[in-house]
Design a protein around this ligand. Structure first.
Ligand SMILES: Cc1cc2nc3c(=O)[nH]c(=O)nc-3n(C[C@H](O)[C@H](O)[C@H](O)COP(=O)(O)OP(=O)(O)OC[C@H]3O[C@@H](n4cnc5c(N)ncnc54)[C@H](O)[C@@H]3O)c2cc1C
Length: 300
C-alpha cells in the first residue's frame, strides 16, 4: 500500500522526493526521512498530492523553511508538503494591501514592503521562515506580531485538499499560535500602513543589527525553544540556573542566548529532546514554572 501511493505520486509528480532526509530542510539540520516530500508549485499540484495521500490513508504535514521545527530521528510518515512556484509571489494592491504567497520568505517580504513605503512588518524582519510558517506560528517579537496585519488567508485542508478563504472570525491568533491547524496557508492578504520609505528601512536595519548582536544566527538552531511564561522570560530563567552552554550529545544551550538550543556537533533529535527535558525539570524544580515548547516537534 505504502509503495503504491508513493509510486503513483511519483508518476504524476515526478519531482516528488522519496525517503528524503528532512535534516536537509530544517535550520537545525536534524531530522529523519519523509516518506514523500513534494514541492507543490501550484494549487493543483498541492491538491493532487494531498488527495493521493488521503486516499491511501496517509497523513500530510506542511513544511515551511523548517526554522521552528524539530523533526524526530526516524522521520515523518506520509506526505510532507512544501510550497514553491506560484506561492512565491508578492503583489502590491491599493490601500496598503499586499497579497503574498505562503512560500515567500519573511525577511524578503519585509524588505519588499519597506521599499514600497509600507510599514508594519519591521519587527519580524529577522524571522527566517516563510510567510506560511509565520501565519501558523503568529510569528512576532516583543514589538509586534503578524496576526493583527492579516485580513485574509487562503488555505488548503490537509486531509481533503479543499481550498477555503479564512476571514474575520476564522482568524484567531494567539501567542505563537495561528489559525491554521489541519490546513496549509497558500497565500495571505495583509494590510500595512503607508509611511516614509527611508524611515521604514532605517527601522528594518536597526532590527537586523540588534538580532546579529543578541542571537546565534550563524549556528544551526530554530530560534526560541520555549515560549515566555506570562510576565517572565524563559531565557532569563535558564541563564539564572547556570545552563548556558550546557551540552547533551551534539546539542547545547547557546552560550549567547539561553532560550536557543544549537546543534553544534551532529546532534540527533534525541539529544535536543533530552536537553529540553533537563531544562524543564531544572526550571520546574528551582522556580516552579512549567516551560512550554515554542518549537514544534514532529515525526517519530
Ligand atoms: C535564528 C532564528 C530566529 C528566530 N526568531 C524568531 C522571532 O523573533 N519570532 C518568532 O516568532 N519566531 C522566530 N523564529 C522561529 C521561526 O523562524 C518562526 O516560527 C517561523 O515563523 C517558522 O516559519 P517556517 O516557514 O520556518 O515554518 P516551519 O518551521 O517549517 O514550520 C513551523 C510550523 O508552521 C507550520 N507551517 C509551515 N508552513 C505552513 C503553511 N504554509 N501553512 C500552515 N502551516 C505551516 C508547520 O506545519 C509547523 O507546524 C526564529 C528562528 C530562527 C532560526
Amino acid at each position: 500500500m505504502n509503495r503504491d501511493w508513493r509510486a503513483e505520486l511519483k508518476r504524476v509528480l515526478p519531482h516528488a522526493l522519496l525517503d528524503e532526509p528532512l535534516s536537509r530542510h530544517t535550520t537545525f539540520k536534524i531530522g529523519g526521512p519523509a516518506d514523500v516530500l513534494i514541492d507543490a508549485r501550484s494549487v493543483a499540484e498541492a491538491q493532487t498530492a494531498l488527495r493521493l495521500a488521503a486516499a491511501a490513508g496517509r497523513p500530510a504535514f506542511v513544511l515551511g523553511w523548517g526554522s521552528n521545527l524539530l523533526v524526530r530521528d526516524r522521520g515523518v510518515r506520509g506526505l510532507v508538503l512544501r510550497l514553491a512556484g506560484e506561492f512565491e509571489r508578492i503583489d502590491f494592491l491599493e490601500g496598503g494591501r499586499v497579497r503574498a504567497g505562503a512560500a515567500v520568505r519573511v525577511p524578503q517580504l519585509v524588505v519588499a514592503c519597506a521599499q514600497k513605503g509600507l510599514s508594519g512588518l519591521e519587527p519580524i524582519v529577522g524571522v527566517p521562515g516563510t510567510l506560511g510558517g509565520a501565519l501558523a506560528m503568529n510569528a512576532g517579537t516583543r514589538d509586534g506580531e503578524i496576526g493583527p496585519l492579516v485580513l485574509e488567508i487562503e488555505a488548503v485542508d490537509l486531509s481533503e485538499g479543499d481550498v477555503r478563504r479564512l476571514v474575520k472570525d476564522d482568524l484567531r491568533f494567539a501567542y505563537r499560535e495561528g489559525p491554521l491547524r489541519g490546513r496549509a496557508a497558500l497565500s495571505a492578504l495583509l494590510r500595512l500602513k503607508p509611511g516614509d520609505k527611508g524611515d521604514i528601512m532605517a527601522v528594518v536595519s536597526r532590527y537586523q543589527r540588534k538580532r546579529q548582536q543578541t542571537q546565534p544566527i550563524h549556528t544551526y538552531n530554530v530560534g526560541s525553544t520555549f515560549k515566555n511564561p506570562p510576565g517572565r522570560f524563559a531565557a532569563q530563567m535558564i541563564e539564572e540556573l547556570g545552563l548556558k552552554g550546557y551540552v547533551v550529545g551534539g546539542a547545547r544551550v547557546s552560550p549567547l542566548h539561553a532560550n536557543f538550543i544549537e546543534n553544534f556537533a551532529g546532534a540527533k533529535a534525541a539529544d535536543v529532546l533530552a536537553l529540553v527535558d533537563l531544562i524543564r525539570e531544572r526550571v520546574r524544580a528551582a522556580i516552579g514554572v512549567e516551560l512550554e515548547l515554542e518549537m514544534r516537534v514532529v515525526g517519530e
